[in-house]
Design a protein around this ligand. Sequence first.
Ligand code: ADP
Length: 418
Amino acid sequence: MNILVINTGSSSLKYQLFDMRSEKILAKGNCERIGIDGYVKHEPSNGKPILKDEISMPSHSEALNIVIQTLTSEKYGVINSLKEIHAIGHRVVHGGKKFSSSVLIDDEVMKGIVDCAKLAPLHIPANLMGIYACQKTIPDVPHVAVFDTAFHLSIPNYAHVYPIPYKYYEKYDIRRYGFHGTSHRYVSSKAIEFLKDKPGGLRIVTCHLGNGASLAAISDGKSVDTTMGATPLEGLPMGTRSGTIDPALVYVISEIEGSLPLSETLEILNKKSGVLGISGVSSDFRDIMNMAEFDLDEDRAVGEVEDIKDVERARLALSAFKYQVAKFIGAYIVALGGVDAIVFTAGVGENSPPIRRGICEWLCGFGIYLDEDKNGHAENDKITDITKAGSSASVLVIPTNEELVIARDTMEIVKNIS
Ligand code: ADP
């Protein structure tokens, strides 16, 4: 069975086509700048050439048509016709209180997803555009919705309620929902498999550290707390998002900027804050690390770094990030009544030994240590145990695979209906 996984943003459509017999990716790609000028990248895994091209695509429907044409084309294709796509799995960012697991999309489910738009007004309309486009173009296959929030619906009420007037919770469903659920679910289940010799229900803190970043506290396979909240702005400082700050700063910043409208103030917190805001260098951790690693004590070529403050600010951004991650890990050790494993995943978590080390340095008070040598040799596409002998908890690097979770959930649901 071949399953197409679709992940739509407001101006992008990412896709992966899986052959579920082997869970191999047949092709993957991305349509970007939809409605602007249009750019397509398509990577087949059968040895055919990679396509990278500017192609106009005024809407998500046109983008999907390009995806289908490319997947079936002689030059770049991996299947002969649309008939070789047997089901479609859609990433849906918000499932509200209603969706605690993945579901087959029907009219009722569509209504439920539309209702979630009030909780995620920036994301749900884009997800809906993707679903509508696929239903129109590929109507005869099952479509499944997989929600970022679903895994976190198990968070108990004392951890998901906000201390604001209760009517917002009761009438308007405002509460902590959490995101990156497919990633936290995937890596925690991998950790449970990996640590199968450890007895009892494992207590795990999963650290999804990418452009977007969140932690989850997982007890016996269930999420009991997570750092993102009603929206993905809460929690850790991220590439461009502030994470948790004093909420009154929304007002203070608006005043400083000359009564800036609320939407623009939020734009500052969503797009200009986080490690980009502190460093002023970039939202990309590699850029910031390159800047931060500049050796202040060495003779430096004039002009190599424009202002020494850039180096200091880059270092400050990384220090603040590592500190906040460690601080929330500490909080989750409380939430879990101890911890058996810390799991690092996503772009930064999987690829950056110095960031993992910097976070773990804060955890020595809990007796948690990583092994320097193993930390430097975490392998791509594999679970790496980087625990130091004698550490009170395991420290693991586990590559995430959100698309595979979507494909597997889709497969499970389709199997049960046919
Ligand atoms: P998202 O899916 O949220 O866009 P990713 O999980 O792909 O993000 O992570 C992207 C981030 O990972 C970028 O900030 C990038 O710089 C960072 N990253 C990737 N490789 C490394 C590395 N070797 N060292 C540090 N950061 C890295």
